[in-house]
Every structure is written in C-alpha cells, then in structure tokens.
Ligand binder design. Sequence first.
Ligand code: NAD
Length: 296
Amino acid sequence: MAKIAFIGLGNMGGGMCANLARAGHEVRAFDLSADAIAKVEKAGAKGASSVAEAVKDVDAVVSMLPAGKHVRGVYLGDDGVSANAPKSAVFLECSTIAVEDARSISADLKALGFDMVDAPVSGGTAAAEGGTLTFMVGGEEQAFERAKPYLEIMGSNIFHAGANGNGQVAKIANNMLLGISMIGTCEAFNLAEKLGLDAQTFFDISSKASGQNWSMTSYCPSPGPVPTSPANNDYKPGFAVAMMLKDMRLAKGAADSAGALTPLGDDALEFYTKLDEDGFGGLDFSSVMKRLKGEI
Ligand code: NAD
C-alpha cells in the first residue's frame, strides 16, 4: 500500500482518485472545491485541507487539473507540491496541457531533484470511473516504471511515448486527427444522405471500405448505426465541442512553434471555434453533423 496525494478532483480526477483508493492505497485528496473532496471521501480517500498537507510523506502525487497555469502553480508555487513533498516521490501529471508547459515544468522540477511524468489521457469520464483510460506517458524510463503501477489501476492501456512532453505530443496529435476525422465523417454521411443513401446503408458499406475510421465505427455522428454514440442522445457529450477546441488550440500552438504545417487542423480549429462562439460549446463534438444539416 502506497501513500498517494491526488490533486484536482473534477469530472476526471474524481473517478481516478476513487479507483486508487478502492485499490487499497492511502490516498489524500485535495481540490479547491469542498464538494469534490466530499465525493472522493465516500470512495475511501482522505480529504486534505491544502496541497502541503496532501503531499506530506507521500510516495506519489497524481494531478488532474484544467490547464498549464494550474499545474505550474500547484507544483512550483509557494507552498506547492515541490515545497512540501519528499524528493523520493514520483509525480504523475495527467492533465492535458501545452507541450512546452509540460517540458518546462518537468525540467524545473528535475532541477529541484524531482521525477515527473506527463501522462495525459484518452477516454472520458466513464473511462475515468471505470479505470479504463488510455495513458500516453512522457518521461524518463525509470520515472515511467515507477508511475506504471498507479497508472495501471486508473487505465487499461499505458504507452511510454518517450521523453517529458511526448505524452502531450501524442495526445494533441491524436486529438487533432480526431477533430479532423469527425468533420470528414460528418461530411460523408451528410453527402450520402443528401444523395439518397440512408445512414445505415452508407455505414454498412463505408465501415468495410477505405473510409472506415473511429469517428464512424465507434462514434457515428448520424443517429442509428452506433447506438451508444451521442448522435442518439441529442448530441449530449460525450466529448464536448469546448473540450475538442481546447485540444485543437493546443495542437495549433505546438504546430506553430514546431513549424509543422497543419492545413486541415487549421480548418477544423476554425470550424469548432465557430460552433463554440455560436453557443454550442456544450454539445458533443459530433454535433458538426447538425451544423452541416443547417439545424444549428
Ligand atoms: P474539471 O474542471 O472538471 O476538474 C478540474 C478540477 O481541478 C476542479 O475540480 C478544480 O476545482 C480543480 N482545481 C483547479 N485548480 C486547482 C488548484 N490550484 N488546486 C486544487 N484543485 C484545483 O476538469 P476535467 O474535465 O476533470 O479535466 C481535467 C483535465 O483532464 C483537463 O486538463 C482536461 O483537458 C483533461 N481531460 C478531460 C477529459 C474529459 O472528458 N473531461 C478527457 C480527457 C482529458
């Protein structure tokens, strides 16, 4: 049994923290929201009143926070993790943040003698609750090996992507592709339907032909063919437009700084930005379909 601090108990962190506690670890949990702490206490975690209290004498720190500025503040701020955790602890930073932030924060922590991995996730709140997340991990081999037993409790696929920051690279490149492929899939279904081919027939053919992709077969944006997809639930998320937009913006920033051309990524970013600006940020990202049909 290890002592683990968990910081950031929101939609994702709450379920992840609960799984670590249920696995028998001694988990001390902190969030700015008292309600979020109360929820994980029900699953067996102990609430802490500050980051400092949560990380005292721990073997590992796990964090699941909104953005890079929160991560920097929690780890490197006054009375944050690095000022209070033992040097022997390993840090598992699971938020989705900019590649540059992940690299600079881990380098600053390294200079203080701490090991961190960036371990962003694929999978939404159901996967966080079910312990079936996919983790894309950046960090040194020995830090990865130390982090892995904890990641295996929270996820079912754990990939070591290379040095610090590479977990975030995998995450944003993957999600940029997802954002693009969803728009392409919506365009194809809309075109087929407008030309007189119903969604199920097009699905049966294209899912066995060269247009096949995850947005179609696991998350079909037309109602019908994939019963679990948000298209069958009024496009309630799922994965909201606003969350896709966050990841596409991170991809764009990273692409610009690396000098990588992403013309379709840029178009997709513009498309999701417009949906969000028009007030549809809370709909599932497959609601691109509704826009193509002129319904929103
Ligand atoms: P959320 O807003 O529900 O949770 C974030 C939590 O962090 C909140 O409870 C907030 O109070 C807490 N927090 C903020 N600053 C803090 C601080 N200084 N100290 C302690 N707690 C603090 O967000 P979420 O949906 O759980 O997402 C968390 C991360 O996971 C994000 O980086 C997001 O991009 C990523 N992610 C989310 C999903 C998803 O489906 N929701 C999927 C994959 C990745």
